[in-house]
Design a protein around this ligand. Structure first.
Ligand code: BGC
Length: 743
């Protein structure tokens, strides 16, 4: 497999995007790819995060309407332990003080280690090569390790190394961007700081979370107390024959994940004292070997696509899903965009990757929702409902925190999105225990809320004043996506009720599920209105969508995108213009197969979609594959893969677009391999294109591993019994199956 080599460029504009690309995480702890020595005074931006380690702050509304969330939540930039200064002739080696003769950066996907080699020349002509290797340990979830080497080219003398532990020096990104938090509050309060133990303990201001951070060095440093930080110092003699080598570990423990976070910290520190950086790399290799065995997608003769695709899967895997008590934020652990909030991104875009490569993680993500049902119940009440639960549009601790309801809380589809994920998880794993113990409860409670939400007009059921996935059209009647997903959701509640009467009998008693209630849900599923326009032969995005005028996207200059940054929402709302796939998304998820409607809908919606959200192109790519428009499909697919790598959305600095990372996987397995999970079997309809002619991957399905290899034939093998449908042919597989490739 290929190591991913990025580039040798050094552009100040792209530094923040590169920090994201080189970010590292282990699902709990994540850190950005900053330079340990910083960039100089204008560009300090060290950021490290712990999943779900957040604080709250007050929202301030000039017009504070009833039921608006009163508190924001944001995940916190932790105590930074990575910063080091390397001082020569009284000046630190960094971009401000030195000329950079070369830079090389590399991300090794087999070890999770990033390497940066930078050649500095000081104003006095002294040259140094600084090599920084960094890892966030996959095995020791609390540990970040840095390994620094400084070689001198032409200097003999002293280098003073200062190593810090303290609050991160951070400059705020563009505060006018609604996708970023823009308040400044004090979130971390130091409750203990000890130079003897090189530790700082902090407590969050409002959420009552504690964090202990320790730094240790391979060669002991003299550590002094600074102003709210610890400063370790050491002088080294350097010469062309004698380089400096330092390994530094930073250890984070929190009451969020540890019963006794202070005691556990001591144990981890003790263990690390006998372990060097190379041993940590060996551990990493073990972990990633296991990961790649399940997840690697091998493409023959297309290294570029292969490395981007696998890089995206790698980053998705590192973003979370490790515990039942946190989820995966829109930016994973790689940046502050969307304040570390969890969205529907998890269930619709990210979860399938885990279902097929690590079902336990998929279950963890769903269990997180289960553990936040209490808050979802409160939110239903807050919205004026008597029954059921309303999952939050955005949250960390389970409480709704959308301050802008039209593109937030009004997205009622989140309930059916989570239901959809539960159903697909179940179909792909056969985990009936999960449905009995947790899944059905979520399905019915979220359906109860929607049952109360719909209106009956004597003919059809309608859902009024809701927002679909497209955030450039809000608070509408009968959003097709929402209604269609509700139909699917409700039909499965009915199906589970009928099919697992015995297994679920205790659950029905506990939740007071009655036959009448189920009959009502069945009726709603049958009679929910799905707006359709006969002349255009398309499902319309909502009841009034076609009455609006189209926005001529060709007239809008390139620099006015994303539109949300340049146009008032009301201007966007009065037009037929989409931020992202909406009607088309439900057609993809539910495998809509009336080709004529699908084609007409695609041709109608695609030209009015800006793809300003990164959740869009992957969906259009999959549908273009389905419509056999392979050039367009591949074009979208490539842009999806490049999203962060080439900063396509222009905000990679905010963090990785993690839903889009999941979209890369969806694009491949739904687009190329033609996989769909159904109630009875797994559909597989592989295709090849002119650029991707051969590939191989493994997926987990109902406890078995299925290997799919496509070249001029299709070879499928399974470790045990599975029901498949390969190109319209149903097969019971246990062993190997081969068939001709259909073109
Ligand atoms: C999209 C939402 C998405 C959110 C977080 C927004 O730009 O419109 O659909 O959930 O980003 O990724």
């Amino acid at each position: 497999m290929n190591k991913l080599i990025r580039n040798n460029r050094l552009s100040k504009e792209e530094l923040l995007a590169d920090e994201t690309i080189y970010s590292q995480a282990n699902g709990f702890l994540g850190t950005r790819g900053t330079f340990v020595e910083g960039y100089g005074k204008d560009y300090e931006y060290n950021q490290t995060y712990l999943n779900a380690f957040y604080d709250q702050y007050d929202y301030f509304y000039e017009e504070n309407f009833s039921g608006f969330p009163q508190n924001g939540q944001k995940f916190i930039n932790l105590i930074d332990g990575q910063r080091m200064d390397f001082i020569v002739d009284g000046k630190a080696l960094n971009l401000d003080n030195c000329e950079v003769l070369s830079l090389k950066r590399e991300y090794d996907l087999e070890t999770g280690v990033t390497t940066r080699i930078i050649h500095y020349k000081t104003v006095l002509g002294k040259e140094f090569i600084l090599t920084e290797r960094k890892l966030v340990s996959a095995k020791r979830k609390e540990v970040i390790a840095l390994n620094i080497t400084i070689e001198s080219i032409n200097f003999k003398g002293t280098v003073k190394v200062i190593s810090y532990l303290g609050k991160s020096r951070k400059k705020s990104l563009n505060s006018k961007d609604p996708r970023l938090h823009n308040g400044i509050s004090k979130h971390l309060n130091i409750i203990d700081i000890s130079e003897a133990n090189s530790l700082i303990t902090v407590k969050t201001s409002r959420s009552n979370l504690y964090l202990n951070t320790v730094m240790i060095h391979s060669n002991p440093f003299d550590v002094d107390l600074g102003k709210e930080n610890l400063i370790g110092q050491k002088e080294y003699l350097i010469s062309p024959n004698n380089s400096i080598k330092i390994t530094k570990y930073i250890i984070y423990t929190s009451n969020l994940y540890h019963k006794d976070y202070l005691e556990d910290s001591k144990k981890i520190v003790k263990d690390l004292q006998s372990i060097d950086f190379e041993q940590l790399i060996t551990e990493q290799i073990g972990y990633f070997k296991g990961f790649w065995k399940k997840a690697y997608i091998k493409l023959t003769n297309n290294e570029y696509i292969e490395s981007l695709l696998n890089y995206n899967l790698y980053q998705l895997n590192c973003s979370g899903g490790e515990s039942e008590f946190h989820n995966i934020s829109a930016k994973g652990l790689s940046g502050e965009g969307y304040e570390g909030h969890y969205f529907w991104d998890s269930e619709i875009y990210m979860l399938p990757f885990f279902v097929f490569t690590n079902p336990q993680k998929a279950k963890n993500l769903l269990m997180y929702r289960y553990h936040t049902m209490k808050e979802a119940k409160e939110e239903a009440k807050n919205l004026g409902y008597n029954k059921g639960i309303k999952f939050p549009w955005r949250t960390i601790n389970g409480e709704e925190v959308s301050p802008y309801y039209p593109a937030g809380s009004a997205q009622f589809h989140i309930n059916s999105d989570i239901a959809y994920a539960i159903i697909k998880y179940f179909e792909a794993t056969n985990d009936l225990d999960f449905i009995v113990d947790y899944g059905f409860e979520m399905l019915i409670e979220s359906a109860r809320f929607l049952t109360e939400a719909v209106n009956y007009n004597g003919d059809h059921y309608h859902l009024n004043s809701v927002t679909g996935p497209d955030e450039y059209t809000t608070v509408v009647d009968d959003n097709y996506y929402t209604n269609q997903m509700l139909k699917y959701h409700f039909s499965y509640v009915v199906k589970f009720y009928d099919k697992y009467l015995k297994e679920l009998s205790e659950v029905f008693i506990k939740l007071e599920v009655s036959k009448d209630e189920i009959t009502k849900m069945k009726e709603i599923a049958e009679k929910i209105h799905l707006p359709f326009d006969k002349d255009l032969n398309i499902f319309t995005q909502d009841a009034a969508f076609l009455k609006k005028k189209k926005l001529d996207l060709a007239l809008i200059p390139e620099d006015k995108y994303p539109l949300l940054m340049n146009f008032h929402p009301l201007f966007l709302y009065k037009h037929q213009v989409l931020k992202q796939a909406d009607t088309m998304l439900s057609m993809m998820l539910l495998d809509f197969d009336d080709e004529s409607i699908l084609k007409d809908s695609f041709n109608y919606y695609e030209p009015i979609t800006t793809h300003d959200s990164s959740l869009s192109k992957c969906i259009y790519s999959i549908l273009a594959f389905k419509l056999k428009n392979y050039d367009l499909a591949c074009d979208f697919f490539k842009r999806v893969l490049e999203t962060d790598f080439l900063n396509v959305q222009k905000n990679t600095s905010h963090g990785l677009h993690v839903a889009n990372l999941g979209g890369s996987y969806l694009g491949f397995i739904y687009g190329f391999v033609g996989i769909r999970i159904t109630e009875d079997y797994l559909k597989i309809n592989p295709i090849v294109t002119k650029d991707i002619k051969e590939y191989e991957l493994n997926i987990m399905y109902q406890g078995e591993t299925i290997n799919i290899k496509v070249d001029n034939k299709v070879n499928i093998s399974s470790t045990g019994n599975v029901s498949l449908k390969v190109y319209e042919k149903e097969i019971e597989l246990n062993g190997n199956y081969q068939t001709a490739l259909k073109t």
